[in-house]
Write a protein that binds this ligand. Structure first.
Ligand code: SAH
Length: 411
């Protein structure tokens, strides 16, 4: 069903500016990583305009691929294909179709999902989220940004959406020489939309609400964690719009408490809870989780020795901005694990997630074990979680993997 790529005539291809790589720099591209830094470049045949298409060759002039050039970015070239193709409507249509087929294959029942996850889908610099019939686009490279109209036109043909919105308020755009911007690219965006995740209803405001929309990367994990919630007393920490809380309540939890420091998020989570008919078992608190744990423990005094939760979920934001902040982040991760483990009954389950790029899986596990040691608890690992399949991981592009999680039972 793919639209066949149109092969560019050799003449056309050769008219593209060429970026030649230093010896040894071709391997990463061949392995599938699309980023080329300045340090890898030997020379260029002409000065390509920023955002234009260039061809990449190794130091022996062997063709490696085509991609977008940007002299303003540390990532000089983002390779889009290792074939001799034109980056045109047929290219975008084919890549978008392939991305859609992948989601349909792995998430056949999903109606809201990340349709394009940049490098994971061979479209470095482009993210497209599908919230029912509304699409949200982010272009984080100059090449993609310049082709917004083309992308919108391809998306309209492929999915016939009601509206397409641009949420390009990422501060990282300045590293590409791009301004922060947002707005409607096509259609009329309703004030609020109803999104279905695993059949459950979530209201969200795309225009003025949280920048992030929903955490689509947790969609599969909501179901996996909720499978263990029947009859359980569940604590959902860093609950945002209540994704884990509502799935757990719907799966038959006896009591659910959601804690998030954002008053707005808590108000929205409450509404989502009611919309799914589980308001009676769900409670909400707008609080800093670190403080909440301390206060709860001191309020319970002697009763603290009788743990009150059967299932605790920890899904904090990334505590790291860069490598330098890792030690502080680890202290934060350790503290919440220590406090959560003290509140979990023996045999109870902890589902814990880390979305920081800089804290890899082994380091995350080390922190959890160190917290368990201090709490004098032994853990049995019962599940390993990753990001939902609409955020595909390409192991040769380590940046595509960021969400990791574990489930543990208290032995
Ligand atoms: N579990 C959520 C996603 C969590 S995102 C879901 O599935 O949708 C992280 C959330 O943590 C945000 O909603 C943010 O408001 C909240 N947050 C950040 N720091 C916090 C803190 N110290 N205490 C409580 N909430 C915090």
């Amino acid at each position: 069903m793919h639209t066949a790529f149109r092969l560019v005539s050799p003449f056309n291809m050769d008219s593209l500016p060429t970026i030649l790589l230093k010896p040894g720099e071709a391997d990463r591209i061949i392995a599938g990583h699309p980023w080329l830094y300045e340090a890898s470049i030997l020379r260029q045949t002409k000065v390509p305009p920023d955002g234009s298409v260039v061809q990449v060759k190794d130091h022996r002039q062997r063709f490696l691929g085509v991609g977008f050039f940007n002299s303003k970015s540390k990532i000089r070239v983002r390779v889009l294909s290792t074939d001799r193709i034109e980056i045109d409507e047929a290219f975008f249509t084919s890549r978008l179709q392939r991305a859609l087929e992948l989601r349909r294959r792995h998430m056949p029942d999903a109606t809201s999902f990340r349709l394009v996850n940049a490098e994971s889908d061979g479209l470095s610099g482009l993210i497209v989220d599908k919230y029912e019939d509304v699409l949200v686009v982010q272009t984080s490279s100059m090449g993609m940004d310049h082709r917004k109209d083309l992308i919108v036109s391809c998306l309209r043909k492929l999915l016939k959406p009601r509206a397409i919105l641009e949420r390009n308020e990422m501060a990282s755009r300045k590293f590409e020489g791009l301004e922060e911007t947002s707005g409607v690219l096509f259609g009329e965006v309703p004030e609020e939309i109803e999104v279905r995740l695993n059949g459950l209803l979530f209201h969200m405001n795309l225009k003025s609400g949280h920048k992030t929309g929903l955490y689509l990367d947790q969609q599969a994990n909501y179901q996996l964690v909720a499978q263990r919630a029947r009859g359980a007393r569940v604590l959902d920490c860093f609950s945002f719009l209540g994704g884990f809380a509502i799935h757990a309540a719907k799966a038959g939890a006896s009591q659910v408490l959601a804690v998030d420091q954002s008053e707005d998020a808590i108000a929205a989570a409450r509404r989502n809870c009611d919309a799914n008919g589980v308001g009676a078992v769900c409670g909400f608190e707008a609080a800093n989780v670190f403080d909440w744990f301390k206060i709860r423990a001191s309020q319970r005094g002697d009763a603290a020795s009788t743990p009150e939760w059967d299932l605790i979920i920890l899904d904090p934001p990334s505590f790291t901005r860069n490598r330098a902040s890792v030690p502080d982040a680890l202290r934060g991760y350790k503290e919440i694990h220590l406090r959560a483990l003290r509140m979990l009954r023996p045999g109870g389950m902890l589902a814990t997630f880390c979305c920081s790029h800089h804290v890899h899986s082994e380091l995350f596990l080390d922190v959890i074990l160190s917290a368990a040691f201090d709490a004098r608890k032994v853990l049995r690992r019962t599940a390993i979680y990753s990001q939902s399949p609409d955020h595909p991981v390409i192991p040769s592009i380590p940046e595509t993997e960021y969400l990791k999680g574990f489930a543990f039972e208290l032995v």
